[in-house]
Write a protein of this length. Structure first.
Length: 144
């Protein structure tokens, strides 16, 4: 392997070191391979006794990935993205999406630092993918 060929693997090695489980509190990991960004988003478990219900409102076409902190499976065809300001956006998949098992993480490949409906997909660790059909803004409401 030439020295120039080895330099192509430096970003990959640095990304792997940044994704080690020893890093505390890190829930979104970025890995850049030849100008392509792949983000690993940690999937959190549902709270046992939720005191808040989330009401769906019309959502944006695209969401920024900069403030993205984690995700939560909200059903077989939905993933909720949670941002650092505690706001939530639900990604709903198209009807061709199989039930995916995300093994604790989802993977996204944002273009232009955004995820957009009808353009981008969510990937499982096993390589299966679902195209995002639309986003819904989630508004908290206390349960009665």
């Amino acid at each position: 392997m030439t020295s120039g060929g080895f330099l192509n693997f430096v970003p990959l090695l640095l990304g792997l070191l940044g994704a080690q489980p020893g890093v505390v509190g890190q829930s979104v990991t970025r890995l850049i391979v030849q100008d392509e960004v792949i983000m690993r988003v940690r999937v959190r478990a549902h709270p046992l006794l939720p005191e808040i219900e989330w009401v769906e409102k019309k959502g944006p076409r695209c969401i920024p990935v900069d403030g993205l902190r984690s995700a939560m499976l909200s059903g077989p065809e939905d993933v909720d993205f949670i941002f650092e300001n505690h706001s939530r956006v639900r990604a709903q998949f198209d009807e061709n999406c199989p039930d995916l098992d995300f093994y604790g993480s989802v993977y996204v490949r944002p273009r232009d630092n955004r995820l957009c409906a009808r353009r981008d997909a969510i990937y499982s660790r096993m390589g299966a993918s679902c195209t995002i059909e639309k986003f819904k803004q989630l508004v908290p409401r206390l349960r009665r």
